[in-house]
Design a protein around this ligand. Structure first.
Ligand code: NAD
Length: 400
């Protein structure tokens, strides 16, 4: 470590032991940060510690860096000691548990946030009073495509995004979070978003995966496929219509909230097609329609539906419904948007239809008719799960 190390003197806590955790640990340690890693699994801690702490990041241009995290532990109190910024980098369904494990031990004024997560403000977790003494933030997505290579030792950084937005609660702290992330992680920008509601919970892009699954598979008659159909590039007219109807509901909901709260900046909520054009630019060959923009996006080339071998037809395939396109993007995506629509009193018939279809394939019950009163609501991030039932309660939570 040299005096020019940009993250020298800062302590980053990573909650999680997977792909993203490996990347954060390697990148931040290389920039001179003290890196703590918290995972509740002793076997994971043992593998990180075996032979001494070291994390190597391999990059696509053939270069690599190796640096030493400071501490990897199952002890949340030790993990949180002296931390400036903590990042929960875990599958969404574990966020609350991990926040509650380490949160009470964070120093006053520390920052803690999640990668993805559909929050609309500080997580309204009952009893989590410690959240009031910290800045909560959200990072739109992981800065890299990352796959761990050797557990606890090395990770492949397959690609680095140029910029990933951050939102915070209080909203005004986003610049400070952005600055901190640029010091600790560097190599890309973390532009401040107006707020978490617009960045995360109302993100219309959350319709994409459930919309494609519904559009292609809701009429499927059960006949096994010879090969997996293309996912994005195979979007047909009907699927495009379903996705556009879902997208229109999200944007109309945003417009309604904006009408009710004109001071609230919801400019981060943009139509899915606009997002696609902004994100992929020249990689889209025909931008003339919603369908053609997905079909001709070369970044989506070859990506297929998740499938598994058909149980009664060896060599043939059936759809894999138990996959993050539905398991994550329904309970932590469109159900959250539906929940917000419900507190606003705004009808979303297409979101309702897709949620009802998806929950059947997941063996869950989130929605009953057009209300989020299903028995499995606790397994979602809908505001109703936290007892938020009115628009006033919701906005208090969003603006906190
Ligand atoms: P991952 O699947 O690698 O995480 C696995 C780790 O999660 C395990 O090693 C364990 O430490 C932890 N874990 C699993 N179940 C747990 C439980 N019940 N309790 C506590 N810990 C548990 O996750 P990832 O690939 O690092 O992704 C993290 C986040 O980043 C996700 O939101 C993902 O959608 C997002 N993301 C990842 C990538 C990527 O390239 N990996 C790209 C974009 C976004």
């Amino acid at each position: 470590m040299s005096d020019s190390d940009p993250a020298k003197g800062l302590t980053l806590l990573i909650c999680g032991g997977g792909n993203g955790a490996h990347a954060f640990a390697g990148v931040a340690a290389h920039r001179g940060a003290n890196v703590h890693v918290y995972t509740p699994f002793q076997n994971e801690v043992d593998q990180w510690n075996a032979g001494g702490l070291n994390m190597t990041c391999y990059y696509p241009d053939g270069t690599s860096t190796t640096a030493k995290p400071t501490l990897v532990t199952t002890d949340p109190k030790a993990a949180a000691a002296g931390v400036d910024i903590a990042i929960v980098c875990l599958p969404t369904f574990v966020h609350e548990q991990s926040l509650c494990d380490v949160g009470p031990y964070l120093p006053e004024g520390a920052m803690i946030g999640t990668i993805e997560g559909a929050w609309w403000g500080r997580p309204p977790i009952p009893g989590a009073d410690w959240l009031k003494k910290v800045t909560f933030f959200g990072i739109r997505t992981l800065p890299w495509a990352a796959r761990l290579k050797e557990y606890g030792k090395s990770v492949e950084i397959l690609g680095t995004k140029t910029a990933v937005e951050v939102g915070s609660s209080p909203m005004s702290h986003a610049f400070a979070v952005s600055e901190m992330l640029e010091k600790v992680i560097g190599s890309l920008r973390f532009p401040p978003a107006a707020n978490l509601l617009g960045l995360f919970a109302l993100d219309a892009g959350q319709i994409i995966h459930p919309g494609v699954m519904y559009g292609r598979l809701s009429d499927w008659d059960g006949t096994p496929f010879d090969e997996a159909p293309l996912f994005y590039q195979g979007i047909d007219d009907r699927t495009a219509e379903v996705m556009q109807a879902m997208d229109a509901e999200c944007i109309a909901l945003k417009d309604e909230i904006k009408r009710l709260f004109p001071q609230l900046d919801l400019s981060d909520v943009i139509p899915t097609l606009q997002w696609l054009h902004d994100a992929y630019g020249d990689q889209i060959q025909d931008r003339s329609s919603f369908k053609s923009s997905f079909n001709t996006n070369t970044a989506y080339k070859g990506l297929k539906f998740p499938m598994k071998e058909a149980p009664d037809a060896p060599g043939k395939l059936v759809p894999l419904f138990d996959y993050r396109y539905l398991t994550a993007d329904v309970p932590y995506g469109i159900v959250v948007i539906k929940g917000i629509a419900e507190v606003v009193g705004f009808p979303t018939p297409w979101l309702d239809k897709v949620i009802a279809w998806a929950q059947g394939h997941l063996g869950k019950e989130f929605i009953v008719g057009d209300k989020l009163t299903g028995k499995d609501l606790a397994e979602t991030r809908a505001p109703q799960k936290f007892g938020i039932a009115t628009l006033d309660e919701f906005m208090q939570s969003a603006l906190a």
